[in-house]
Design a protein around this ligand. Structure first.
Ligand code: C2O
Ligand code: CU
Ligand code: CU
Length: 634
């Protein structure tokens, strides 16, 4: 009888002690995982986490080997102390630390640790009361194994979240200690006598109809923002006034400008705080179709409406009767545009894909109906000898631009239609624009449909897809034709589920992490270059998605697609659209010193890590990315 009671008591105790020990072990492991980040942020906290972790490990050993009331009481006291400090830090804020008196954001790692501690506390209370049940049933023990499995999973999640924190203060500078360096803040446009064009863009909240009356973030109250039109060689001066409730910046997409005016939060400037202002001032060297957009919290701010077109008219060139820009995003944020044109007029239509909320990154598939046309420029750069073509799918990756030229027919309208199939995550805009008067031409071949099993993700039975690598006439491109390059770099694009910025519970941290060469931003390895070097990049897409890979401050000369060199016109792009399992090669001359982002322009992909840098050696920046500064360029 006595034996039986003792057995029952032992089983009962084991059934409580082991889970309590596992919970304590889990909490210790997560404490260790967050320690390095805290050591960087505020060393005393880092040390505290290490001490607590060690203490909890010791308690686990005691719980298993010498269970007893004193051990239970001590473990309980430690859990209570941890929970108390945690509760204060998340509510009123601790009196010491990196931001004294300010509550800290809740993170997945600390939420899990605290849950472990609360549960262990309950078990320790039961253990201290120590009244084993009358029954000798061993269901307590049976519960230990499943609990152990669950706890192990939860602990691993907590550790992964703990070692993938929101960055605190990451400096993207490339200056090596002890070596001469230049700060990017000095890489500004020198004074000159260029004709000046002044604009003011006020970033402000507005309620506008294409957002269904919902809040939009706008430049000067409209989405897209005002079209800025300048002449090649002008000096563009834009003052950004921030009336938004958040900090923001403006990036000049596709332009080769001085690094200090690139507008990237945390790299070339601090994001402009609410109420602040900032002036960009640079000479526009390249003619063509460009655009501007926020480069702070880009994934959120661009879809909210912070983008607009920037058209640089050539100093000289063919005259068009009409020159229009159409800038569109996903369907819920756009409306078809009706443009004036008379029969016989020569039209230049500049199409810009501003953003999409499509996780696949499937490009817009534009078709021009109602007139034969030529593709005269890609990403602002003229093509050589463009030939006339009929209805085809023009795949425009996010951020890319297609300039089309055509004559308005004697009767009927010309229609620019997006036939990108709906992929489930987002609906494309349909009608982008129509020109002229009369009947609207119809697409009588049927829309392409999405098919995940196809390498391109979409299938069209009857429409050809435009291939820029075999269009127009061949011509010399010294950058693409160089045999030798000073720098060669492969960027292999992959993705896998993981916890990104796990210390952020205002968003779901479980993401399809996107990586260049196995690393996600800001841990990606920058491509290091020196002024005057020729750089060759190979973009290898190992995913089922599309990635328009965009380089700041430079223009790629495309070398090859899937190993096949160009057969048509040279192609100059700031964003190379790399389709599923495709490989593209491009080269550029490093002639613009600075710290330049290189990232996928599917903003979700960039925000999930698909971003890196082209960094000239010896460039320092006074700015940092992370929670300390609040600069988040993605
Ligand atoms: Cu259009 Cu880094 O951006
Ligand atoms: Cu850009
Ligand atoms: Cu991408």
């Amino acid at each position: 009888m006595i034996d039986r009671i003792r057995d029952a008591r032992r089983a009962y105790r084991r059934g409580l002690v082991y889970p309590a020990a596992m919970l304590t072990l889990g909490a210790a492991a997560i404490h260790f995982s967050v320690a390095p980040d805290h050591l960087e942020e505020f060393p005393p906290f880092g040390i505290l986490f290490l001490v607590i972790g060690v203490l909890q490990l010791a308690l686990v050993a005691l719980l298993v080997m010498l269970p007893g009331r004193r051990v239970f009481a001590t473990a309980m006291a430690v859990a209570v102390a941890c929970l108390f400090v945690w509760a204060v830090s998340r509510t009123v804020g601790l009196p010491v630390g990196p931001n004294p008196g300010q509550p800290e954001a809740l993170s997945l790692a600390d939420a899990l640790t605290s849950a472990f501690e609360v549960l262990s506390l309950l078990l320790f209370i039961l253990l201290l009361r120590s009244s084993p049940p009358r029954s000798k049933r061993r269901w307590w023990l049976a519960g230990t194994v499943p609990a152990g499995v669950l706890l192990t999973i939860a602990t691993v999640i907590g550790i992964v979240a703990g070692v993938n924190p929101l960055p605190y203060a990451v400096n993207m500078g490339s200056a090596a200690p002890g070596k001469a360096s230049v700060t990017m803040a000095d890489l500004k446009e020198p004074a000159g006598r260029q004709p000046e064009k002044d604009f003011t863009l006020t970033a402000q909240v507005a309620h506008i109809s294409i957002f269904g009356g919902q809040e939009a973030w706008t430049y000067n109250g409209t989405v897209p923002g005002p079209e800025l039109r300048v002449k090649q060689g002008d000096r563009l001066r834009v003052t950004l006034i921030n009336h938004l409730p958040a900090s923001t910046s403006i990036h000049w997409h596709g332009l080769r400008l001085p690094n200090a005016d690139d507008g990237v939060a945390g790299i070339t400037q601090d994001a402009v705080p609410p109420g602040g202002q900032y002036t960009y001032d640079f000479v526009v060297k390249d003619a063509g179709t460009y655009w501007y957009h926020s480069h702070q919290d880009t994934e959120d701010q661009v879809p909210l409406g912070l983008y607009g077109a920037l058209v640089v008219e050539p100093a000289q060139g063919p005259a068009y009767d009409r020159d229009y820009t159409v800038l569109q995003g996903d369907a819920n944020r756009t409306r078809p545009i009706q443009l004036d044109a008379k029969p016989g007029e020569l039209v230049r239509l500049r199409a810009i894909s501003a953003f999409m909320e499509d996780m696949n990154g499937t490009p817009e598939l534009l078709t021009l109906l109602g007139a034969p046309y030529r593709v005269i420029a890609l990403d602002g750069h003229d093509l050589n000898g463009p030939t006339e073509m009929g209805v085809e799918l023009l795949p425009v990756g996010t951020g890319q631009r297609y300039d089309l030229a055509f004559r308005v027919p004697a009767s009927g309208r010309v229609r620019l239609l997006d036939v990108r199939p709906q992929t489930g995550s987002a609906e494309p805009a349909r009608d982008w624009a129509s020109l002229g008067e009369g009947a609207l031409p119809q697409l009588n071949t049927g829309m392409p449909v999405f098919d995940r099993s196809k390498p391109l993700g979409y299938v069209s039975r009857s429409l050809a897809t435009f291939d820029p690598t075999s269009y127009g006439l061949a011509a010399p491109d010294p950058v693409a034709a160089r045999g030798r390059y000073d720098v060669r770099s492969d960027l292999v694009i992959t993705n896998q589920p993981g916890l990104r910025y796990g210390s952020r519970l205002d968003r779901i941290p479980l993401k399809l992490i996107h990586m260049f060469n196995g690393k996600s931003f800001p841990d990606t390895v920058p491509i290091s270059v020196r002024e005057g070097q020729y750089v060759r990049l190979r973009l290898v897409n190992q995913t089922d998605e599309y990635h328009p890979i965009h380089l700041h401050g430079h223009v790629f000369s495309v070398i090859s697609r899937n190993g096949r060199p160009l057969t048509g016109s040279p192609i100059h792009l700031d964003s190379i659209l790399v389709g599923p399992h495709e490989t593209w090669e491009g080269a550029f001359l490093a002639d613009n010193p600075g710290l330049w982002m290189l990232h996928c322009h599917v903003l979700i992909h960039a925000a999930f890590g698909l971003s890196t840098m082209v960094s000239y050696e010896g460039i320092a920046t006074p700015y940092v990315i992370g929670s300390k500064s609040g600069n988040f360029p993605e």
